[in-house]
Write a protein that binds this ligand. Structure first.
Ligand SMILES: Cc1ncc(COP(=O)(O)O)c(C=O)c1O
Length: 372
């Protein structure tokens, strides 16, 4: 059929609408949990943000961003290999390496790009590289595997036995095992100790994405760590922390590092202030507060991401709308973010919530009969 591009695009959009999967961005006035819908000014309490420790609004973090802006201006100007690193980029890398107890770290403009960069660069070390990836890994890992053009095999979610079988089958290939440490839509944790042991015994390399690991144990000491500045640290950007040789490889071959402008210095300054908070005594206090909120909604659950799986799109959308009627913003998550038939509410808790806000949510979930 000889369609114009405008008609093709409209047709595609209609298909998405007809499947009940249409998405649009909701305007929201501010970043604190108590905020307003921008279009009608309605007050809401947000349980949607990954700002797990509330650091995006922390006065010390905000002041550091202001100071960074005044000192270094708004943008980095170019990629760091072209224009050079600002001192704050180097300082932040040193702080991140320290925090994860790795020899070195490298910043990327986002966590998404960090995954693309690390998987592409490591896989390119050998034409034989095999990547073994958990089936529920984040989209940036999936795309990282695709862009790496390495052979990829997917192991069943958190299934160490299946991973072991794949490692045995391919024992003569250079292999990378990659997993989220906490999965972004289920909030469950990878069995990292078992995975690390298996990976070591097969002389494979483990890459762990720590994006949501705010309440989790530290990653295995020999893993390449991927992280984000955009969630627990309340800023924006991504990073890899690893052996110096891996970082050197990334500087020399990771395209999402080489061919993109460095993150804004003010964002790095904010993240640096946030790392100092997270790694210090105040970090313990914030994590304890977050732990208490998680326990109020889902006792003993290991992360601030609490899924309430409801099935079809319509069920998730209608419960999300009912919560919004009560002033509670809890997003409905639908395909392609999750598998068809597993649509859900994704409750994201934060140390920035107060007890009363969490109690309002708990009561509302109870009344709607959809407790986790
Ligand atoms: C597991 C995981 N890795 C990476 C990312 C990407 O991080 P960023 O938002 O910094 O691009 C996300 C979320 O967005 C994530 O959930």
């Amino acid at each position: 059929m000889d369609l114009t591009w405008a008609e093709r695009v409209a047709q595609r959009n209609d298909e998405v609408r007809a499947a009940g999967r249409w998405r649009s961005v909701r305007p929201l006035a501010g970043g604190a949990p108590a905020t307003k819908l921008h279009d009608d000014g309605r007050p809401v309490i947000s349980f949607a943000s990954n700002d797990y420790l509330g650091l995006s609004q922390h006065p010390t973090v905000v002041a550091a961003a202001h100071a960074g802006l005044d000192r270094d201006g708004a943008g980095a100007g170019a990629a760091r290999l072209i224009v050079g690193a600002r001192p704050v980029h180097d300082e932040l890398e040193a702080a991140l390496a320290d925090w994860f107890d790795r020899p070195a770290a490298l910043l990327f403009p986002s966590g998404f790009q960090a995954n693309l960069g690390v998987l592409g660069a490591l896989a390119a070390c050998s034409p034989e590289t095999l990547v073994l990836s958990d089936e529920l890994n984040h989209a940036s890992i999936i795309d990282g595997c695709r862009l790496a053009r390495a052979t990829t095999a997917v192991f069943r979610h958190r299934d160490v036995g299946h991973l072991g079988e794949l490692l045995d089958t391919h024992r003569h290939r250079p292999t990378i095992v990659v997993t989220d440490s906490v999965f972004s839509m289920d909030g469950d944790a990878a069995p990292l100790d078992d995975i690390a042991q298996l990976t070591r015994s097969h002389r494979a390399l483990l890459v762990v994405d720590e994006a949501h690991a705010v309440l989790a144990a530290p990653p295995p000491p020999d893993a390449v760590v991927v992280g984000t500045l955009s969630k627990t640290l309340g800023s924006v950007g991504g990073f890899v922390a690893a052996e110096q040789s891996v970082i050197d490889l990334l500087v020399n071959s990771a395209r999402p590092f080489i061919f993109t402008t460095a993150g804004a210095p003010a964002d790095a300054a904010a993240a640096l202030a946030a790392v100092r908070i997270v790694a210090g005594d105040e970090g313990d206090v914030l994590r304890a507060r977050l732990r208490r909120h998680v326990d109020a909604i889902a006792p003993g659950h290991g992360s601030p991401i609490v899924p309430v799986v409801l099935g079809e799109e319509s069920a998730a959308l209608s419960v999300s709308a009912a919560l919004l009627e009560r002033g509670l913003l809890v997003p409905a998550i639908r395909p392609p973010t999750v598998a068809p038939g597993t649509c859900r509410l994704r409750v994201a808790l934060s140390a920035a919530h107060d007890d009363e806000q969490v109690e309002l949510l708990r009561t509302a979930l109870d009344e709607l009969g959809v407790s986790p």
